[in-house]
Ligand binder design. Structure first.
Ligand SMILES: C[S@@+](CC[C@H](N)C(=O)[O-])C[C@H]1O[C@@H](n2cnc3c(N)ncnc32)[C@H](O)[C@@H]1O
Length: 338
């Protein structure tokens, strides 16, 4: 590592997210970054995806597990004054090269004032790419969980799966299965089925925007029987997600805010820019009424599936305190949810 901390020539590391795999879905900046690079470093498969941009460049092809090695090579080359494009599929900051690269940089004593500049070029991650191929599954709260237990202990992954399933997030499973890791997807399914209905919609998207793209719709109870591999992302819907006309769609809201059958008008009592009656303030009012009518903290916590101490503090805090904390401007602001 000393060798790469001592030289002082300026260079640049560009962490380039090349998108899901097709040229059309690579950003202009990603293409320009690769074009201006002297050296392009990446996993062999990703290097193939940008083959048309590599003429006249030094190309360093690395194996899949050589992430730190890729970052160390990039810093060495940048210290020699070169512009280095370190490429990741999707977005470099989503299970990509940005993290390992900063780890190597920090370890080498690099700071943002260093002669070596760092630029992160964002790209469309697999979650965006796969969602776009199946409909609109991410229109409500979602999260991603990687099933790779190579660097993360399984209990950590399992706890996240359990929490996300219980919290009704739409979930994208990255790294769901490989030749050696075949049981993780079965365990994930088992954890999800503890909280979600067996017929919860699932989309299994393989190689989105690549030559061998394959999309399969299924349900949670059949998910692990699908053809899933290293290049698959599994999208699990929430309790509101539907598959209709071959499209997986998650409605924007949980309450039936809009009555499309009646000309698309908002329901009586639910006005644009206002929280729902089941939003925070309406909920607080109902909570207080139920408590005043004799419901215990315990019963309310169980009914709303919220921690007991949260319910207790909420009900013992003076009614006006929370609202009074908000600046006047914020209290009158009209919100848009789109
Ligand atoms: C190490 S992660 C890299 C993620 C990448 N940085 C991104 O933002 O998409 C590799 C995983 O991403 C997902 N993935 C990447 N490209 C994909 C594609 N074209 N189609 C479906 N899933 C993809 C798969 O779950 C794969 O196992």
């Amino acid at each position: 590592m000393n060798e790469i901390t001592t030289s002082s020539m300026a260079g640049k590391i560009m962490l380039v997210g090349i998108g899901p795999g097709s040229v059309e879905h690579m950003t202009l900046r990603a293409r320009a970054a690769i074009a201006e690079a002297d050296v392009v470093i990446g996993y062999v498969t990703y290097i193939k995806l940008v083959a048309d941009l590599l003429e006249g460049k030094e190309v360093v092809r690395k194996g899949m597990t050589e992430e730190l090695d890729r970052a160390v090579s990039a810093l060495k080359q940048a210290r020699l004054g070169k512009k280095v494009a370190l490429i990741s599929s999707g977005d470099a900051g989503v299970y990509g090269m940005a993290g390992p690269t900063y780890e190597v940089l920090f370890q080498a004593g690099w700071t943002p004032d260093d002669a070596v500049a760092v630029e992160i070029v964002p790209g469309a991650s697999a979650i965006n790419a796969c969602a776009s191929r199946v409909g609109a599954p991410l229109t409500h709260d979602f999260c991603s969980i990687s099933l790779s237990d190579l660097l993360t202990p399984w209990p950590t992954i399992a706890r996240r799966l359990d929490a996300a399933a219980a919290a009704d997030f739409v979930v994208a499973l990255y790294n769901p299965k490989s030749g050696r890791r075949t049981r993780q997807i079965v365990e994930a399914q088992r954890l999800f089925l503890r909280h979600r209905r067996a017929d919860t919609p699932v989309a299994v998207v393989k190689s989105a925007y690549r030559r061998r793209e394959r999309i399969e719709f299924t349900t949670l109870d059949r998910m692990s029987e699908c053809d899933i591999g290293m290049l698959t992302t599994v999208l699990i819907g929430n309790s509101n997600t539907v598959i209709q006309h071959g499209l997986m769609v998650t409605p924007r809201g949980y309450a039936n805010k809009y009555d499309l059958a009646e000309g698309g008008s908002t329901r009586a009592g639910e006005r644009a820019g206002r929280s729902l009656s089941t939003g925070l303030l309406g909920w607080l009012e109902n909570l207080r009424a139920d408590h005043a009518a004799g419901m215990t903290f315990e019963a309310l916590a169980a009914e709303h599936r919220l921690p007991l101490d949260y319910i207790r503090v909420t009900l013992t805090e003076p009614l006006e305190a929370a609202a009074a904390d908000a600046p006047e401007e914020a209290q009158t602001q009209v919100e848009s949810e789109v």
